[in-house]
Design a protein around this ligand. Structure first.
Ligand code: SF4
Length: 248
C-alpha cells in the first residue's frame, strides 16, 4: 500500500471539478481526473510557483510565439494502467510549456519512443497536448509537478508534491510495475511505499514491494545521459520490455 499521506480535497471542490474538462482526456467524473484538477490548481510551493510562471512569461526564443502552460503538470495515461512511469519533474520548456508530462522536450522523445516500441504508446513522439498520443496500459507521472530551477526540487517541495503520485498509484489499482526514471524517482517510489531499508538504485535494478508492484530502475532519459551514451535506446527498451513482462 502507498504510505505517503494523500492531499485533502474540500467537499465542495468535487462539484466544481465536475464542470471542468480533464486536461489529458480522463473521464471528468473519475477520481483520477479529480486528482488532475487538484494538481493543476496547486500553489503550495512559492518558489516553484514563481519560477514556473516566470519561465512561462519570459519564454525561450524558439517558443516565443507559444502560450506556455505555466502550471503544475498532471499525470497522463491509461486509467487501467499496469505500468506506472515515475519521472522527476517537468522541464521548464517541455512539460511547463505544453502542459503534458514529458512532452515537447528531448527526454520525452526518448521516453515515448521506447514506450512505443514496447507497445505502451500509440506513437513515438510527444509534441503537444492533442497530438494524438494515447497510452495503452501505462500511466506517466512525476514526483514533483512544477518545473524546478535547474531541475532540482528542494526536499520540502518533494515532500509536498509526492502525495499526488501516491494518489494516482492508489487509484491505479492494476499497477504491477513502477518504472523509476533515475535515482530521484527511485528514492521517491521507496518513500511512497515507506521501504526500509531503501533498495539501492541502479540501471536495471528491480525491487519487489511486499504486497505491491515491482520497482524497475533506469537511468533518466535526460540529454546529459543520452548524449553521453550513459543511457542507450537498447538499455531503456530492455527496462520497458521487462515492465511489459511484469504487466502481463
Ligand atoms: S510542486 Fe507540487 S506541491 Fe508544489 S506547487 Fe507544484 S504541484 Fe503544488
Amino acid at each position: 500500500m502507498v504510505a505517503v499521506a494523500v492531499h485533502e480535497r474540500p467537499e465542495a471542490q468535487g462539484l466544481i471539478d465536475g464542470l471542468i474538462e480533464s486536461a489529458t482526456g480522463l473521464d471528468p467524473r473519475s477520481e483520477l481526473a479529480a486528482v488532475e484538477r487538484q494538481v493543476v490548481r496547486c500553489r503550495r510551493c512559492p518558489r516553484l510557483v514563481e519560477w514556473r510562471e516566470r519561465v512561462a512569461r519570459e519564454r525561450r526564443a524558439a517558443f516565443a510565439a507559444e502560450e506556455y502552460w505555466g502550471r503544475p503538470v498532471p499525470g497522463f495515461g491509461d486509467p487501467r494502467a499496469r505500468v506506472y512511469v515515475l519521472g522527476l519533474a517537468p522541464a521548464a520548456h517541455g512539460g511547463n510549456r505544453t502542459g503534458r508530462v514529458f512532452t515537447g522536450d528531448r527526454s520525452g522523445d526518448w521516453l515515448y519512443a521506447s514506450m512505443h516500441r514496447a507497445g505502451f504508446a500509440s506513437q513515438p513522439s510527444s509534441t503537444r497536448r492533442g497530438d494524438g498520443l494515447r497510452l495503452d496500459g501505462a500511466f506517466v507521472g512525476a514526483a514533483v509537478r512544477c518545473a524546478p530551477p535547474a531541475n532540482k526540487p528542494l526536499p520540502e517541495e518533494r515532500e509536498r508534491c509526492l502525495p499526488y503520485a501516491g494518489d494516482e498509484l492508489r487509484l491505479l489499482t492494476r499497477v504491477r510495475a513502477i518504472v523509476c526514471l533515475g535515482a530521484f524517482a527511485w528514492d521517491c517510489a521507496a518513500r511512497l511505499y515507506a521501504l526500509r531499508p531503501k533498495p539501492r538504485f541502479a540501471h536495471g535494478a528491480e525491487h519487489t514491494i511486499d504486497g505491491g508492484p515491482v520497482m524497475l530502475g533506469t537511468f533518466h532519459p535526460s540529454q546529459q545521459n543520452t548524449f553521453t551514451g550513459k543511457l542507450t535506446e537498447e538499455m531503456l527498451d530492455r527496462v520497458f520490455v521487462r515492465a511489459r513482462e511484469l504487466a502481463s
